[in-house]
Design a protein around this ligand. Structure first.
Ligand SMILES: CC(C)(COP(=O)(O)OP(=O)(O)OC[C@H]1O[C@@H](n2cnc3c(N)ncnc32)[C@H](O)[C@@H]1OP(=O)(O)O)[C@@H](O)C(=O)NCCC(=O)NCCS
Length: 138
């Protein structure tokens, strides 16, 4: 059994992403999202909703790690596509170091979106977590 180290949730209005994209275009996307995230979302019918969900995910993960706004780099929290389309979290840089310092071995993430809203929930678990244990929790 791995203890829960932290949890976080975030809700985003998809319209905010739509507006920011219109105003700042690719520059806005490149600052917040990794190349992989942008490629994945741009391939979706509702790209803005998927981007908003990933924006929410980054905030939710930051909350789970006890990091406030401005205390993490957006690109250091990446949402990647796992088996069957399940979203997974990949950390890097100072955010990864922070997670390691807290003893976090795995972060569970769930996303949901409509045309208007996107929500993300993140649960940070103490590590280490084996691949078999991770699979059992799905
Ligand atoms: C996952 C699923 C329930 C999403 O439900 P929905 O109400 O249509 O959409 P929501 O807005 O609530 O959720 C969408 C998000 O769910 C996540 N998601 C997709 N597949 C998932 C899965 N298997 N498990 C958990 N989350 C999943 C994605 O992050 C997606 O957001 P994205 O498209 O921006 O990446 C639906 O897509 C589904 O049933 N997929 C089948 C996946 C599956 O289990 N296949 C079995 C193997 S064949």
């Amino acid at each position: 059994m791995n203890a829960v180290v932290g949890c976080g949730v975030d809700l985003v209005e998809v319209e905010r992403v739509r507006r920011a994209r219109k105003r700042w275009g690719e520059r806005f996307l490149a600052r917040l999202f990794t190349a992989g995230e942008r490629a994945y979302c741009n391939g979706k019918k509702e790209a803005d909703a998927s981007l908003a969900a990933r924006f929410a995910a980054k905030e939710a993960v930051a909350k789970a790690l006890g990091l406030g706004l401005g205390r993490f780099l957006w690109q250091e929290i990446e949402v990647v596509r796992g088996a069957a389309g399940r979203p997974e979290v990949q950390l890097s840089g100072a955010t990864l170091s922070r997670a390691q310092a807290l003893g976090v071995g795995m972060i569970l993430l769930s996303l949901s979106h409509t045309r208007e809203h996107a929500v993300a929930q993140a649960i940070a678990l103490a590590g280490p977590v084996t691949a078999d244990e991770a699979e059992e929790r799905r």
